[in-house]
Each structure stands twice: as structure tokens, then as C-alpha cells.
Design a protein around this ligand. Structure first.
Ligand code: PHE
Length: 337
């Protein structure tokens, strides 16, 4: 092996490389080709293995030629890379045709949680009777939640409400929306027609039909000629609006300290849970409660009702377990659409 032979090997290699590089049409193949020529185990390194057989004076010469060849191949590779990149892009652009007239993909629409959905349904029906919506506070005073509603301290009827008391004396989480009646009567001159939807709290063990956190819609109507038949008429319509025009209702005597007389309202239920289902409590506002609200019971009467939103939503949507309302499982929420 002499200098001339090695040099001609390198020049042949350069010539071969040039034609292979030009023939190459994709970037990955070009990279592979690059390392098979210039890499540690590449063709140039292979040729230079013969350098040991040369006389020492010739060695730098072959080194210089090798560097030239290496540089020439590198610049060929770089030039070819940019050509191939442009070609690949052009190919992709022709392959991926875009139809600008195609309709845009529709955004996935959400749906209301069944609790607000039910509250809205109730609000819509009641607003057709002239009721407007008012929201009052969730943290109440014992005075408003109980005492002004004719439930004195130590009265046995307090057992109807398992109350969550706050550390601050006299403060509690409202056990029902009825204290809202007091707030409304004290701020609104009659005639009054309002519904008060909102969250309530009771100290309960949670199971399929009990929660410590639930929703009610209170209703209050105060006027000068209000009677129990107004209550019956409007609440029957509410039941028909919620459950269908053929819905039968039943009014049973009930007891609440803040209404007199008091009634429990049932709807007849077909299907798996056939029979009468209680959906709300109601009654004529107790004269003491009217007076506590600043309204003269000699000139005004009213009726009030309170219904459990979860119960209504369960009946309307056939939901068997109350806990589904709080879990926020999107599969459950999507099934409500
Ligand atoms: N506040 C009562 C309850 O939570 C329901 C009710 C409201 C009854 C208004 C009569 C009148 O059980």
C-alpha cells in the first residue's frame, strides 16, 4: 500500500459518496448515509486504517487528503439535506389536501347538572304564576332559622331538623330555606310572590336517600285574599308542570310550626316505585310568622311551601342514589342530556 493507492481510494470514495448523496431522497436515509461515510466505523476511517503501512513522511499528506474528502462530503450532505427537506415538505403539502369549505368540528356541548336543571324547571313554572326568584343566606342565626319561624328554643319540634351549629354562638347552617321567608317579608312590602332556591344542611349520616347537604326551593305568597285553595291550585299546577299534565296530587294534613294549617303534598307515581310520593311540605303562613316578618296578620294572609330539589330530580330522571349528585362523575352528568 502506498500513498498514491490510498489517495485514489479516498477520491473514489468521494466520487461514490457524491452520487449516493444525490440519489438519496429522504432525510433519515441521508443521515444514515452520512454516518456510514464519516462515522467512527465509516468508510473514511476504514481507508485510513492503511496509514500505518506508509512511510512517516507521507502520513500527513494522506491526512490532509482525508480531511478534504471529509469536508467535501459534509458540504454535499448539508446541501442535499436542505433540498430534500424542501422536497419532503412539498410532497406533504400535496398529499395533505385541506378542504377549507368543510364544516368546522362542532364543540362538545355541556349540560346542566340535574340540580340546577330542576331548579330552573321549577322557576320557569312558578314565574308563569308571577313568582320571582330570591336567594338568601346559607349561614343563618338561630333566631331566623327557628325562633322567628315560631320554633322557640328547646321546642320539641327542633328535633325535626338535625342542625349543624357553628362555633360562633347563635350561628348555624340553615336547615331549610324557610328563614328566607322572614328576610323577604322584612324587605318587601306585600303582595309577595317569590321562590327561594338554595342549599341547606343537616347533620345526617349520608346514604342513598340522605345527604348532609341538599337543596330546597321555598315558595312564599302573601296577599290580602290568599286562601288554602290558592295553595292547592298553584301546587297542583307545579306538580303537573314537573311530572306531566296527567299528574295526580294529594294533600294530607301535616305539621310545621310556621304554617297553620299545614299540609304534605304527594304525587301519584307509576312505574317501579308505584304509589304516592311526598314531594313537599306547605301550609298557610302562621299569623305569628307574618307578624315576625312585619306584616299585619289581620289584613294579610299567605301560603308557603318547601320542596326538596334532589327528590324531584331523582323522580324526574330516575336517579336511584342521591350521592350521584355530589360525585361529579362526568359519565353521570353526560347521561342527563
Ligand atoms: N321548611 C320545611 C322543611 O324543611 C318545609 C316547609 C316549608 C313546610 C314551608 C311548610 C312551609 O321541612
Amino acid at each position: 500500500m502506498d500513498l498514491a493507492a490510498l489517495e485514489s481510494q479516498l477520491r473514489t470514495l468521494q466520487g461514490d459518496a457524491a452520487s449516493r448523496i444525490t440519489a438519496c431522497t429522504d432525510l433519515t436515509a441521508l443521515d444514515e448515509l452520512g454516518s456510514s461515510l464519516l462515522g467512527k466505523r465509516g468508510a473514511i476511517t476504514d481507508v485510513l486504517r492503511g496509514i500505518g503501512e506508509l512511510p512517516p513522511a507521507d502520513r500527513p499528506k494522506i491526512g490532509a487528503t482525508a480531511n478534504e474528502v471529509r469536508a467535501a462530503i459534509e458540504s454535499l450532505l448539508t446541501a442535499r439535506r436542505s433540498v430534500v427537506a424542501v422536497e419532503e415538505l412539498a410532497l406533504r403539502i400535496t398529499a395533505e389536501t385541506i378542504d377549507p369549505t368543510a364544516p368546522a368540528p362542532r364543540p362538545r356541548s355541556g349540560s346542566l347538572h340535574p340540580i340546577p336543571e330542576t331548579i330552573r324547571a321549577i322557576a320557569e313554572i312558578m314565574s308563569s304564576f308571577g313568582f320571582s326568584i330570591v336567594e338568601t343566606r346559607e349561614v343563618e342565626d338561630d333566631v331566623v332559622n327557628f325562633q322567628l319561624l315560631n320554633i322557640p328554643e328547646d321546642h320539641p319540634s327542633r328535633d325535626l331538623w338535625d342542625t349543624l351549629y357553628l362555633r360562633e354562638p347563635g350561628r348555624l347552617l340553615r336547615t331549610h330555606t324557610s328563614p328566607g321567608q322572614i328576610h323577604v317579608m322584612r324587605t318587601t312590602p306585600p303582595p309577595i310572590r317569590v321562590i327561594l332556591p338554595g342549599r341547606c344542611f343537616r347533620y345526617e349520616a349520608v346514604d342513598a336517600s340522605h345527604g348532609f347537604e341538599f337543596h330546597q326551593v321555598e315558595g312564599l305568597l302573601v296577599d290580602t285574599t290568599t286562601t288554602l285553595s290558592d295553595l292547592k291550585g298553584i301546587l297542583s299546577e307545579l306538580a303537573r308542570g314537573l311530572f306531566g299534565a296527567a299528574t295526580e296530587t294529594r294533600f294530607r294534613p301535616g305539621y310545621y310550626p310556621f304554617t297553620e294549617p299545614s299540609v304534605a303534598v304527594d304525587v301519584r307515581w307509576a312505574g317501579s316505585k308505584e304509589g304516592w310520593m311526598t314531594i313537599l311540605g306547605a301550609g298557610m303562613v302562621h299569623p305569628t310568622v307574618l307578624a315576625n316578618g312585619g306584616i299585619d296578620p289581620e289584613t294579610h294572609q299567605g301560603f308557603a311551601f318547601g320542596l326538596g330539589v334532589e327528590r324531584i330530580a331523582m323522580l324526574r330522571h330516575g336517579i336511584p342514589d342521591l350521592r350521584a349528585f355530589l360525585e361529579n362523575d362526568t359519565r353521570f352528568l353526560r347521561s342527563m342530556r
